[in-house]
Design a binder for this molecule. Structure first.
Ligand code: NDP
Ligand SMILES: O=C1O[C@H](COP(=O)(O)O)[C@@H](O)[C@H](O)[C@H]1O
Length: 484
């Protein structure tokens, strides 16, 4: 098999917050896997930075442990780990102080791609940007990678954008939404724009409605302090679900290039209608016999933060006017399922008569788990009993269809970090996109606060509040089942 790994240029990557949870669980093991895949050049260097005092060897111990715990545990790991660690160093730096910056600068080399990953609390992003410029670590070619959440509303996102813009050009800023780095999410674009089959039908004339589901079994334990200030709307809808919606709804970009793609996504967000509050269901999980409820995972025993949202959305443009999009996401649900279902309209007339039955075609793109696609097709029920119709599935699992090609696919973080080094912003959010998403989200959250809305209860381990079922039921439609 021809290697699909495209080597990147030599780089210095500084990870601020390198001792934290995200760095240990995702960033460092991800970089190690890229090393194993042969994508990391010999001259590449990764420099961890945080306030904790430790030397290079101390940090290498931390990285070793993180990779062993979160790296996937394949055979190559132990052999390659020491080789990888030779690329790794550490500098003790305080984002808010003056110490450590000159020594960190002295480690950086000329003639390399220079990238700075802000894997710290968002309150430190501005201070980091300022010091990177002030101490002369960053130049006009350097890149900064900014983690989510990007603001908590429009005002804070604008403030953050303008702080970053004081020090960096938009072409240097990489705002992470890790959903865009997922292979199956990129596949949405391949399916839509790589096939003649779907695009002519991809509009309100032929599509009855679209369902976007990101259901999680995990609850918020261990993350309650953060989550309770956020809720499902800010944590998932404003970013990940919005990005999925954009990729499904956007016009074909002229090219698979950063601004072509991001311009089209922005147009979708700007065409979203304000959401009628009757078209949104907020939920919060309560204890069942196996799991505690939301309020025992957060500090506030009377918290009204939502751990579930379902909503009906309309897009006011030529392509989608009249076709609703139903979105839902939640924690502590009965199963993990991220998928997009495009439900086509019924054929306009049945030549077989009413007794034959009718079935709408449904295209389901499964993002995780069991990544793949299913197309529901209508055929004749077998046997001599006349012309009765039956719905069957053309089912494809990407793993089966791609065989060995599906192995070693980089995870979202691996892919996105390598894109930063390559200088490719296609899968990163632009500042105006993020602000447009908040412009649409803010009135929804403000409405909940103004009305003092209390979320509907749902049992942990269920498929969400009953009102979410009603949201579709009253339109004569039905959510697809989240399989247990
Ligand atoms: N964890 C996750 O799964 C996800 C996290 N994120 C985002 O990633 C970012 C990091 O999250 P996470 O890793 O969970 O956070 P943690 O609290 O686990 O880690 C924070 C890191 O920042 C460092 N730090 C804190 N203060 C300073 C400072 N003044 N100067 C330099 N370094 C500092 C800490 O090290 P020290 O105390 O030694 O300085 C530590 O390395 C956040 O923006 C979060 O929202 C986004 C998606 C998922
Ligand atoms: O950003 C976030 O994403 C995760 C879900 O990511 P996935 O890759 O596991 O689908 C979510 O659990 C978390 O609350 C949110 O902050």
């Amino acid at each position: 098999m021809v290697s699909r790994v495209i080597p990147v240029d030599p780089f210095d990557l500084v990870i601020f917050g390198a001792t934290g949870d995200l760095a240990r669980r995702k960033i460092l093991p991800g970089l190690f896997r890229r090393y194993c895949a042969g994508q990391m050049p010999e001259e590449a260097r990764i420099i961890g930075a945080a306030r904790s005092e430790m030397d290079d060897d101390g940090f290498r111990d931390l990285v070793r442990e993180a990779v062993r715990k979160f790296g996937g545990g394949r055979d190559c790991y132990d052999e390659a780990l020491e080789g990888f660690l030779a690329h790794v160093g550490y500098e003790h730096v305080d984002a808010m102080g003056e110490g450590g910056w000159e020594t960190l600068k002295a480690r950086l080399r000329d003639g390399m791609v220079r990238a700075f990953y802000f894997s710290v609390a968002p309150s430190l992003f501005g201070a980091l940007a300022e010091r990177l410029r002030g101490f002369g670590l960053a130049d006009d070619d350097s890149r900064v990678v900014v983690e989510k959440p990007f603001g908590k509303d429009l005002a804070s996102a604008r403030a953050l954008n303008s702080t970053l813009a004081e020090h960096f050009d938009e072409t240097q800023i990489y705002r992470i939404d890790h959903y865009l780095g997922k292979e199956t999410v990129q596949n949405l674009m391949a399916v839509r724009f790589g096939n003649m089959l779907f695009e002519p039908l991809w509009n309100a004339q032929f599509v009855d409605h679209i369902q976007i589901t990101v259901a999680e079994t995990v609850d918020v334990s261990g993350r309650g302090a953060y989550y309770d200030t956020s809720g499902a709307m800010r944590d998932m809808v404003q970013n990940h679900l919005m990005q999925l919606l954009c990729l499904i709804a956007m016009e074909p970009p002229a090219r698979f290039e950063p601004d072509s793609v991001r311009d089209e996504k922005l147009k979708v967000i700007r065409a979203l209608d304000p959401v009628d509050y009757h078209h949104i269901v907020r939920g919060q999980y309560i204890a069942d016999e196996k799991q505690p409820g939301y309020r025992s995972h957060v500090e506030d025993p009377r918290s009204t933060t939502e751990s579930f949202v379902a909503m009906k959305i309309s897009i006011s443009n030529w392509r989608w006017a009249g076709t609703p999009f139903y979105l839902r996401t939640g924690k502590a649900l009965k199963s993990q399922a991220s998928e997009i279902a495009v439900v086509f309209k019924d054929a306009p007339h049945s030549i077989f008569g009413p007794e034959a039955g009718r079935h709408a075609n449904v295209l389901v793109i499964r993002l995780q788990p069991n990544e793949g696609m299913t197309l529901g097709v209508t055929i004749k029920e077998p046997g001599p009993g006349g012309m009765r119709l039956k719905d069957v599935a053309l089912d494809m699992s990407f793993a089966d269809a791609l065989g060995p090609d599906a192995e070693d696919i980089p995870d979202a973080y691996e892919r996105l970090i390598m894109d930063v080094i390559r200088g490719n912003q296609t899968l990163f959010m632009r500042g105006d996109e993020v602000e447009a998403a908040w412009t649409w989200t803010d009135p929804i959250i403000e409405g909940w606060q103004r009305r003092g809305e209390v979320p509907k209860e749902y049992d942990a381990g269920s498929s969400g509040p009953d009102d979410a079922l009603m949201l579709m039921h009253r339109d004569g439609r039905k959510w697809r089942d989240i399989k247990a």
